[in-house]
Design a binder for this molecule. Sequence first.
Ligand code: SAM
Length: 323
Amino acid sequence: MLTDNFGRRFYYLRLSITDVCNFKCTYCLPDGYQCDQPRDFLSLPEIKRLASAFAELGTEKIRITGGEPALRKDLPDIIAACKQTKGIKKVAITSNGFKLPTHLPQWLDAGIDAINISIDSLDPRQFHAITGHDKLDTILKGIDMGLADGRANIKVNTVLMREYSGKSIQSYLAWLKDTPITLRFIELMQTGENDAFFNAQHVQGSRIKQNLILDGWLPVIQDKAAGPAQEFYHPDYQGRIGLIMPYSKDFCDSCNRLRVSSSGKLHLCLFGDSGLSLREQLQSDDVAPLQAQILSLLGDKKATHFLHEKLTGATKNLAMLGG
Ligand code: SAM
């Protein structure tokens, strides 16, 4: 079992399969993806070995992320490989959904259980201003298709930004009234490259939480492999709201996830150092050395991140590692 020195158990692996992204989100890659080193992403056989090694150590859920994971042509094969791994109960993806109506049937047929789509505004002009793309209608169409299909649990991720909060939250609430989806507000996180943006735009999720509770929203009890969101439901709304508040007290106490980058490095924390390579051990079908390496590296996991001290580690932007 993957357990660290603080007694935390790791049921959840976030696996990045590429760091390339086609969006230019203002808080993440405002100048677009910059190709500054040769790409050598994990291959399908390497991903299969990684999934088996983690599953035998107690991992139950794999989230495929990026960059933009849908830019990889073999994504359906990767989903199927993770899904067919003994011990993996849930395969999820985080995507910007740029071609969701086209991709959705392939992902569902491959066995995806949960899909998180990032939508930072329900206003098409604001959406374009944030992402550099005019794709909101396409993405919403894909979400409606997914809800009608019902095989995968669909959630939406929205980064909280001062400039857009307030009016935006009202439009999300109106949407959630009749849409059976979970919308998760993510507090903007500081990274190596977004200092000025962070200082201008960071809004605390705790304010929103207080207002939700005053308005009658009630907490949902979470599963042990669940993500970091505190979730709320309301009898008058079909949708739910989640809050991801990495700056809140004790956020790291319930950490249940590890990360592997698209180049095969184990990251013990999103805001840790530059990652520890598993690539050599990923070349063999014998996963025992790989597991020994993961277990030994886990001993270095720290109790918390150091974001409060403005220490963002080696993370220049979250596309590098998948958020
Ligand atoms: N391309 C995919 C997507 O857009 O969902 C997956 C990768 S993206 C890095 C994963 C998530 O991280 C997205 O929901 C994105 O909005 C969020 N994210 C990126 N940078 C962030 C930051 N500085 N603070 C908070 N969330 C961030």
